[in-house]
Design a protein around this ligand. Structure first.
Ligand SMILES: Nc1ncnc2c1ncn2[C@@H]1O[C@H](COP(=O)(O)OP(=O)(O)OP(=O)(O)O)[C@@H](O)[C@H]1O
Length: 317
């Protein structure tokens, strides 16, 4: 049974979908039929504050990379935290890889978290330790028993080296993590996430600290992983052209509500503009705001070796 089929079967077992025999479905049909992640009517409120997520319905299917867009404070990180039981859910359902996330005991929560690889803006590596050791720490989440007295097993080391090779930096395995460039450090973080053998990858602004060229290459790597390993990747981004260039679908939050959801190829700037509109804006002004939102790309694109500034802007204009 392929990994994709196993994951789909696990989704089916979760009750996220009506009873379907995955073996009877094509890959394309599996992706449509059996989400690995499902939220329905998800509401989150911190302490006694207002809802920061309000009725979010989200499905993530094996093998797809989905952009999560929205202005600052719209609830992107909170939605990601909801999927690993780190957000105060006040209503609705959250199912991830067969787990009913809002009703998990501590041990089950640990299992869920071991199945979700996470990638962050600041990489979160241990700078003084080697690249290889950083990747090995991913095994602490759930790659089987580890003999702490004698360190990681040779099987762990072999797999970590394979993963470093896959992300293109095996030659840096012995270097201190802090000696690597930002793009290289993010590749280490991705290898560490893969070391967990994740069923889902959450990438919270993974390219916000990288120049445009490196951003492209990191997002290409994440998409390749989604497709080749059949892992859904949810990636929050602040730059529309990157979402348009690298993802299969886009979901967009505004004030905690999902107001955009569609295939990337079907969406245009006008449909995405409301995500970045000021509250007082009417529709026409919202278009201008969306264009303005791409300004950081234009500025970055002026860096040596990158595309002309105007090009990035035109992609969403
Ligand atoms: N631990 C917390 N306690 C109280 N309020 C919080 C907490 N975390 C987030 N919030 C609030 O929830 C809302 C959504 O925040 P969140 O970080 O999810 O937004 P975001 O879209 O990820 O923003 P950004 O793009 O700036 O990272 C904001 O109003 C924020 O102030």
């Amino acid at each position: 049974m392929s990994r994709l089929t196993r994951q789909a079967a696990s989704g089916a077992a979760s009750g996220a979908s009506a009873a379907v025999d995955p073996s009877l479905l094509s890959t394309a049909e599996l992706r449509q039929a059996l989400p690995l992640v499902t939220t329905r009517g998800l509401r989150v409120a911190y302490e006694s504050g207002p809802n920061v997520l309000d009725g979010v319905d989200l499905d993530l299917f094996p093998g797809e990379m989905v952009a999560l867009l929205g202005s600052s404070g719209s609830g992107k990180s909170t939605l990601m935290r909801s999927l690993t039981g780190f957000a105060p859910v006040t209503g609705g359902q959250v199912r991830v890889a067969g787990h009913d996330v809002t009703n998990l005991r501590r041990g089950e929560l640990r299992t869920l978290r071991s199945e979700v690889g996470q990638v962050f803006q600041q990489f979160n590596l241990i700078g003084r330790m080697s690249v290889l050791t950083n990747v090995l720490t991913g095994a602490l989440h759930g790659a089987g028993p580890i003999n702490l007295a004698y360190g990681f097993t040779s099987a762990h080391r072999g797999r970590a080296l394979e993963l470093l090779d896959r992300v293109g930096i095996a030659h840096k395995a012995k270097d201190q993590a802090r000696s690597l460039s930002g793009g290289q450090q993010q590749r280490v973080a991705i290898a560490r996430a893969l070391m967990q053998q994740p069923k889902l990858i959450l990438a919270d602004e993974p390219v916000a600290s990288l120049d445009p060229k490196l951003a492209d290459s990191v997002l290409e790597l994440l998409r390749e992983i989604a497709v080749q390993d059949g892992i859904p990747v949810l990636v929050s981004l602040h730059v529309l052209p990157l979402a348009l260039a690298h993802t299969d679908r886009i979901v967009g939050l505004r004030h905690g509500e999902m107001i955009v959801s569609g295939r990337t190829s079907d969406l245009d700037a006008a449909q995405l503009a409301p995500l970045y509109a000021d509250d007082a804006d009417d529709t026409d002004d919202a278009d201008a705001d969306a264009a303005a939102h791409t300004a950081p790309v234009s500025a970055q694109a002026s860096a040596p070796g990158s595309a002309p500034a105007g090009l990035a802007r035109q992609e969403v204009a």
